[in-house]
Design a protein around this ligand. Sequence first.
Ligand SMILES: [Fe+2]
Ligand SMILES: [Fe+2]
Length: 350
Amino acid sequence: MRAQRSPSRLEDRLGAALRLATTTGDDAALRLLADADALDRRDGLAALAAIHDLSLAPVDRLGGTERWQHHPAVAELRLRLEADLVAHLDQLDAETDWDLPDPDDAVDSMRRLARLDAVPEVYRWLAEEATFDQLVEFLSLEGGPDGGFDDLVALCQVGLSGRAKLVLGRNYWDEMGRGDERCVHTVLHEQLARALRLQAVPRAEQPVEALERAVLGSFLVLSRAHQPEAVGALGMVELQAGPRCRWVLKALQRLDAPAGAVPFYAEHAEADPRHGKDWLDHAVTELAADPRWARGMVRGARWRALVSRRFFDAALLAVRGAAHDGTVAAAPARPAGSSSAVAASPRKAS
Ligand SMILES: [Fe+2]
Ligand SMILES: [Fe+2]
């Protein structure tokens, strides 16, 4: 039985206030949100994701609410929610016993971090044991190894120069299929989604760890104060994606998946080891000459490692325990018609 929708969820209040302001021009309800609190972590992350949508989601999906992107109350709320996120990540970070002999050596530290959990248990389980439905369930949640990466890398490179800018520019060009529309990663993901009939998972039905993983990316690239952390976190995506994609390919092969499911993961299995090496050898190496950048990049890499570990543990629990009716076991019951504007997957890019 589904829970009754609580009118006091911040995510719902924000959605309603944005729609009201858009249709009537009256921003009174929006202004009330400047000092409003989330009910819990899930609510805070969902509200923050909705605020980030105003800057990142395809504008045609926003129904005019993008007009309030820089409203003072939205900015105030966003600052507080992002401060909560950083405090949470720093706490997880402080509680983790990292094996980093020289934390100031950004290249060595990121290489070590990338080797930790290089292939989480869920990927081996997919390759060796999961049913076809469970594989589809997981890929719907995962959203590809680098969901939305084209826009993330585009925003991350703003203000960089030299080799770092070139590395991120080349990476973006690969996302764009090196100029061949059929090979654009978004297009390959759409092909994958069609072949496997992936269903978009509304935010309200995702494990909270999936929200956390997605919000980390949008937060970092939208926050100039955290640009070094963004370079570190996105570098980790590249460094870890290749081996994981190879295990997904094994799963697709074992389960005799349709041919259209293969190119997206084959492309990333081939390209991402190269992307990760370039990112580390050139972008990180160059930027690490500045200690502030070195510290920030390693901090961002640790944050990404933490949210990834939590996500994969939660996803394994959710999908291995998932019924074959498309429900996700770890997600809380929520009413239909959630206010989440954008689902996790299939996404517009990956
Ligand atoms: Fe990549
Ligand atoms: Fe990609």
